[in-house]
Ligand binder design. Structure first.
Ligand code: PEP
Ligand code: MG
Length: 574
């Protein structure tokens, strides 16, 4: 590689080993082989003559047939171990293979533009891929990867005899490290689907849902790695050191050895799962409650291992996103009951499905609107389109909560009226359970996410209606500064430390303190998982944080090193 072409962030390079610096999204170490997402497919492009058109079209049809014949086998092999059912992927591939319009368009390109079949399918598919990738919908974005996969299969089939085709199918390696130019939830789902050992991206939108998902799944990940795709080659070895925020491409054997040892040391058994939670206290003796954000039921284990005081936010929509289906009331009951039981008496706050924005599900695409983040998201979606879905979720939580300390959290609350509407529905659900003779908990608390500026301004009125609130700084900031949290181009406005945003955070906690409810306010946005920002939050008066479980130690240390008494003079944002 030409040394001058290397980006500034390259920290060193040897003949084979390249080290690139980034920012850790989720700590850990992954050692494996590169698989590039959003990759370009290698195509041999040739002009054909008019008398070759028919045979080229024929070759194309045969290749499509060969791929169809092997489809089931291929999907089963390629997606073995996937948490998403292979049948769903199969369905998507089948839909494209049987899309007559698409094949006609490819055949027309062969005859009208005298392109060989591989070239014709490339051009046709690229148009679709570009459209899908430009879409706001994560579901559609993820379909682009399926199309690439399928085009690659057809191109392979074009260059092999049907009987040898199976042998040239791309095989997935054991330990894959996904490399992507973007940071979409769909790419993270891809990593989860294939049990990837790490994820690296050039993108720097680190409070996006995709980044949150990576942390939740505990996939070692680094973002903001410039020059990544120029250096990465599919199949090459790579080490992702998401402790020191370095990606090592084509590492020397001694580097691999060093990291194998390091990884082993890191993986030695941690504290016993059921050790009691450790409280957190500042240097001058102020208690701070430290809870966890989780995205799926298995992550309760992270809460226990990191000895956190409970679950401050369970993002239930992610288990819907993972399986692309809604669990029934019975299935939800089982999930919640399992989490409450495993929590061993710790408080668990369950957020109702926050679908919409960039967390979209195929069946519900229709209702998110032109501008999904400002459209039908969270409780808005429930009120307008899915009241029964919310009712089923509330029933499941209330029934599972018998004997456990539980809170229900409502996403995207904008006005006090939103709260009142849910409260009516909540009351109604209880009456329904009563009439059904179902046992349920009467002690479940109700809380509101404060993530829309209007709700933040109405905090006193909202607090009068609910038992607790969670300040969702990820959305609160994006809506406050009108800058999409997933858009790199407006990243500079996403400044948690800006005077204006700190003023808003201070406004919220001061109004809460006036009602004597400051203990019922938890910050659950990513800001709380950043040890360097924690003293600021404590200084403003926040005493309860809900964080990414893996950040527990660093946040606990940051709390222990904060002396609120000494820093009290510089906390006021005028
Ligand atoms: C937030 O908005 O800060 C939050 C915690 O919720 P989410 O990131 O899931 O939108
Ligand atoms: Mg939010």
């Amino acid at each position: 590689m030409d040394e001058k072409a290397l980006p500034k962030d390259t920290v060193s390079e040897s003949a084979k080993e390249i080290r690139l610096k980034g920012v850790t999204i989720c700590p850990g170490i992954g050692i494996g082989h590169i698989r590039i997402l959003d990759r370009e497919i290698y195509i041999s492009r040739k002009r054909i003559t008019s008398d070759q058109v028919e045979s080229e079209q024929q070759r194309y049809s045969e290749a499509v047939k060969t791929v169809s014949d092997h489809l089931y086998e291929h999907i089963k092999e390629a997606h073995a171990g996937s948490s998403l059912s292979a049948s769903l992927i199969l369905k998507n591939h089948e839909a494209m293979l049987t899309d007559g319009q698409f094949h006609d368009a490819v055949r027309s390109r062969i005859s009208a533009e005298y392109k060989n079949a591989a070239w014709a399918i490339e051009v046709e598919a690229q148009q679709i891929i570009t459209g899908l990738e430009a879409s706001r919908s994560p579901y559609l974005k993820s379909r682009a990867e399926d199309i690439r996969d399928l085009v690659e299969s057809i191109v392979d089939a074009l260059s092999s005899r049907p009987e040898t085709y199976k042998k040239v199918l791309p095989q997935r390696r054991e330990s894959e490290v996904l490399i992507s130019g973007n940071l979409f939830p769909s790419s993270v789902m891809e990593a989860r689907r294939f049990r990837s050992v790490a994820f690296v991206t050039e993108s720097a939108v680190l409070s996006s849902h995709a980044a949150i998902l990576l942390k939740g799944f505990g996939i070692p990940a680094i973002g903001g790695v410039k020059g990544l795709r120029e250096s990465a080659v599919d199949g090459d070895r790579v080490i992702v050191d998401a402790i020191n925020s370095v990606v090592i491409i084509r590492p020397k054997p001694e580097t691999v050895q060093e990291y194998i040892t390091l990884k082993r040391e890191l993986e030695t058994p941690e504290a016993l799962p059921l050790s009691p939670p450790i409280g957190s206290r500042t240097k001058d003796g102020v208690d701070v409650r430290l809870m966890a954000n989780i995205n799926n039921p298995d992550q309760i284990q992270l809460v226990l291992r990191n000895r956190l005081e409970g679950v401050g936010l369970f993002r239930t929509e992610f288990f819907v996103l993972e399986t692309e289906s809604f669990p029934t009331e019975k299935e939800q009951y089982d999930i919640y009951h399992r989490v409450f039981t495993a929590a061993g008496g710790r408080r668990v706050v369950i957020r109702t499905f926050d679908i919409g924005g960039d967390k979209e599900i195929v069946d519900f695409r229709y209702c998110t609107g032109q501008n999904p983040a400002l459209g039908v998201r969270g409780v808005r979606r429930h009120f307008l389109h899915r009241p029964e879905e919310l009712r089923a979720q509330l029933r499941a939580i209330l029934r599972a909560a018998v004997g456990f300390p539980v809170g229900i959290l409502l996403p995207m609350i904008t006005t006090v009226d939103d709260i009142r509407e849910v409260k009516r529905l909540f009351q109604n659900v209880k009456e329904e359970l009563h009439a059904r003779n179902d046992t349920f908990s009467a002690d479940v608390q109700l809380g509101a996410m404060i993530e829309v500026p209007a709700a933040a301004i109405s905090i006193s009125d909202i607090l009068a209606e609910v038992d607790f609130v969670n300040v969702g700084t990820n959305d609160l900031l994006q809506y406050f500064v009108a800058a999409d949290r997933d858009n790199e181009a407006v990243l500079k406005y996403e400044d948690f430390e800006s005077r204006a945003f700190l003023w808003l955070l201070q406004f919220i906690i001061e109004r809460t303190a006036e009602s004597g409810k400051e203990k019922d306010v938890t910050i659950c946005g990513e800001i709380a998982s950043h040890p360097q920002l924690v003293p600021l939050l404590l200084g403003l008066g926040y005493r309860s944080l809900s964080i990414t479980p893996t950040a527990a130690q660093s946040v606990r240390d940051a709390i222990a090193n904060t002396d609120l008494h000494a820093s009290s003079s510089d906390r006021v944002v005028g």
